[in-house]
Design a protein around this ligand. Structure first.
Ligand SMILES: [Zn+2]
Length: 221
């Protein structure tokens, strides 16, 4: 069976949920929300993908990608993240806008278009949000980061990923300069999940738990 771009997009989203650091698993409702379709459309597509040998799905239970499904998923993720970089670097979109823009383009561009985007964007290794871009061969770099909220007070590190599609949060973080690649130090954390005081370069910022929650850092000390 030929895998359509839409099918591949589902597989990519399932892979993303399977590997999500919060480990929430793959729920039909979450897939429906992420792909902006109805839950019944998700159920129908899961059946098709199961028949195509891309995954195994027991209704109301788990969804598991087969090795073949995983390969297709990684292709979809590569395309999506490359599109994000292209839209930011070449087309000048904000990092808060690109998930939405890329979502539609994922389905229509050709493989050659994808290769060109890769080249004109300078063969990027990470998307604007810090997620690794799989190689053409399907390899995917390991990420060694942890939730910012688990970093000790006094600890230093580098922001590696920002895990949200919430445009307002992304815009605010960009305003503060708290983006992937920025070195930070945790200066203070108020007790009982209170706000966090961070040093980023010469600046200090106080951010709330809700914002800190979406940030992942690689600790250096
Ligand atoms: Zn991204």
């Amino acid at each position: 069976m030929k895998i359509s771009p839409v099918m591949r997009e589902y597989l990519g989203e399932i892979y993303r949920l399977e590997h999500s650091p919060d480990g929430a698993g793959v729920a039909t409702s979450v897939l429906a929300e992420r792909l902006e379709v109805s839950p019944s459309a998700v159920v129908r597509m899961l059946r098709r993908l199961d028949e195509a040998g891309m995954l195994t799905h027991v209704p109301y239970q788990d969804v598991n990608l087969t090795p073949q499904g995983e390969r297709e998923a990684i292709r979809s993720i590569r395309r999506h993240r490359l599109l994000e970089v292209f839209l930011v670097k070449v087309m000048g979109f904000g990092w808060d806008e690109v998930h939405e823009q890329a979502h539609g383009l994922d389905l229509v561009i050709t493989d050659e278009f994808e290769d060109r985007m890769d080249a004109v964007s300078g063969y990027p290794t990470h998307c604007p949000h810090g997620d690794p871009i799989p190689t053409k061969e399907g390899g995917i770099a390991e990420v060694n980061d942890q939730p910012l909220l688990e970093a000790p007070v006094g600890g230093s590190g580098v922001i590696r990923r920002v895990k949200t599609d919430d445009g307002e949060k992304l815009r605010y973080l960009a305003e503060l300069g708290l983006v992937p690649g920025t070195p930070i130090r945790v200066l203070h954390r108020a007790r009982f999940n209170g706000p966090l005081r961070l040093q980023a370069g010469k600046q200090e910022h106080v951010i709330g738990t809700e914002l800190a929650q979406v940030m992942r850092v690689e600790l250096t000390s």
